[in-house]
Design a protein around this ligand. Structure first.
Ligand code: NDP
Length: 245
């Protein structure tokens, strides 16, 4: 049965790969991110393969934007079956660099962005008495390292938010599923935003050495979505086979 799937941060990387695979499988995708030119190209690619996609300029730090994305899904496709809170930023730095703007950006995008997605999707899913949130955390949501303190904190937060949401919805019997996907190094634009010169080189080397394509994550997301409704993949940790930490 095709599903209506909202994806934040769908203009590149994991979000783009998931959008394309899920559309190829016959689902209707509703894609948000800030770079409209990338989203438009992705919509064209999907439609060229007879897929269905809608796109909207969306900044996940703005609740009104995220609510508009949810509204678009309901207006165009009548429902929201899956909401993938994927938008994220990883400008690693050590605390002594005092990159306070970047700390705040990570908190706003990686934590508040997920909360905004829940706020925008949950009422519709409750009405439908069915739905599925897929929240993208990270290996960094299970461990931390020098330079990764704030990013890890945001990804631990995604785990806590997701587990509480899961318990609440299970208790309500609302039939809403919650999945957290925690990837290791995936070959995307993510490390490009690191501005701490002392860390950038090391991260680039790690990604060059071990990262796997974003399409792997798309396959895992599709697998989690396709599980029978009475069963949920709650937590998925996935690393490149050669990634050590
Ligand atoms: P990318 O940088 O390729 O994608 C990040 C996406 O987030 C882009 O589409 C970007 O779009 C979007 N985004 C950033 N800020 C905002 C915002 N304010 N509002 C809306 N969208 C925003 O990286 P990935 O695909 O790797 O990242 C996807 C998720 O996966 C993130 O949550 C990341 O933390 C997580 N992850 C990635 C790993 C990796 O190794 N790549 C490992 C573990 C987790 P735009 O700029 O157009 O707004």
């Amino acid at each position: 049965m095709p599903k209506v799937i909202v994806i934040t941060g769908a203009s590149s990387g994991i979000g783009e790969a998931a959008a394309k695979l899920l559309a190829e499988k016959g689902n209707k995708v509703v894609l948000g991110a800030r770079r409209m030119e990338c989203l438009t190209k992705i919509k064209e690619d999907i439609e060229a393969k007879d897929g269905a996609a809608e796109v909207l300029a969306t900044d996940v730090t703005k609740l009104a934007d995220v609510e508009a994305l949810g509204k678009l899904a309901v207006e165009k496709f009548d429902r929201i079956d899956v909401w993938i809170n994927n938008a994220g930023l990883m400008p690693h730095s050590t605390f002594d660099k005092l990159k306070i703007d970047e700390w705040n950006q990570m908190i706003d995008i990686n934590i508040k962005g997920v909360l905004h997605g829940i706020a925008a999707g949950l009422p519709t899913m409750r009405e439908q008495r069915a739905g599925h949130f897929i929240n993208i955390s990270s290996i960094a949501g299970h461990m931390t390292h020098p330079g990764g303190g704030v990013y890890s904190a945001t990804k631990y937060a995604v785990l806590a938010i997701s587990e509480a949401l899961r318990q609440e919805e299970a208790q309500m019997g609302s039939n809403i599923r919650v999945t957290v996907l925690s990837p290791g190094a995936i070959d995307t634009e993510l490390p490009q935003h690191i501005t701490d010169a002392d860390l950038k080189n090391g991260m680039d080397k790690l990604y060059d050495a071990v990262a796997v394509p974003a399409e792997r994550m798309a396959e895992i997301i599709a697998f989690a979505i396709d599980m029978p409704q009475d069963t949920t993949m709650n937590e998925i940790i996935v690393r490149p086979t050669v990634q050590m930490p």
